[in-house]
Design a protein around this ligand. Sequence first.
Ligand code: SF4
Length: 346
Amino acid sequence: MAVQQRQLKKAVLWEPAKGGKVDCFLCNWRCRIADGKVGHCAVRKNIDGVLYSLVYDRVCAASDDPIEKKPLFHFLPGTRSFSISTPGCNFRCGFCQNWQISQSAVDHDRIEGQPYSPRQIVGAAVESGCRSIAYTYTEPTIFMELCEETGRLARERGLANVFVSNGYMTKEAIDFASPWLDAIDIDLKAFTEDYYRKLCKAHLEPVLESIRYIARNTDIWMELTTLIIPGQNDSDDELKRLAGFIAREASPDVPWHVSRFFPTYEMTDTPPTPAATLARALEIGHAAGLRYVYVGNLPGSDGESTHCWQCGELLIERIGYSIRLNAIKDSTCPACGARIAGVGLG
Ligand code: SF4
């Protein structure tokens, strides 16, 4: 997309610091930014002691997706979500599937995308019959200004709002989004600091803290996704510790998606995840007490459908992103009456 004169937007969640610097507390990098410089994400800039977003209305991707693609399996299943993003990210994942838009501001010092106002986004979502707006493809935290204005308008029009996030936002950012954010899928990418440091150039603990905080302090519906990369995060020990963390510190009702890796970006030499590894992760998740564990990026696998955690009844049958059957009534299993966690399940 062509680069046009960009609209600068005064940023949210920052404060002035000494010497004309500013402190941004939108994400856990908590950058202190000197005048004329940008933060770690490369899309928030200190101009004369005021922090601005460089990507406020720069939408670089917009698509009408199934909500299952986010993935969110227990939130308005079978509906469509109007999905948008702006350029930039606060992570540097070597396996990013959207690296052309997530890393462009960093790699090439350029902000691309077309002006698209909150009103236009909400209008397009309503017109296309979507039930929600998804802030996705890149990291929504760093385009929070657009998310907030769009999210509030969306709520007025009866639409929900969902984030697909790396979970690196601060508690302040979660509190800021809570009034209008309905659901979130967080990538819990691995369970070692070493993995986060080497492959994402980030840290694990802030992500765990976001998951705990959302589970215990908000009404936001949460699901978690782990991309399983051969040789990097696929050991039994790591998967057991990760699944145990979800069950213990979030909830056994939080759905966990174990997703298949395909070679991409800086990791083209790593092979795709074997189906057997995903089946093993599925077993480990169930053994840890998680009620809903799903296999992703492997259409036709047994691990795509929802079964009752109590009696095993097939409740939602999925093939890829399509739903063949949804037997849930009033959020309960028709066979045994067990409560099935989620929002708008049927
Ligand atoms: S959003 Fe995060 S990376 Fe970007 S300037 Fe703020 S603290 Fe730094």
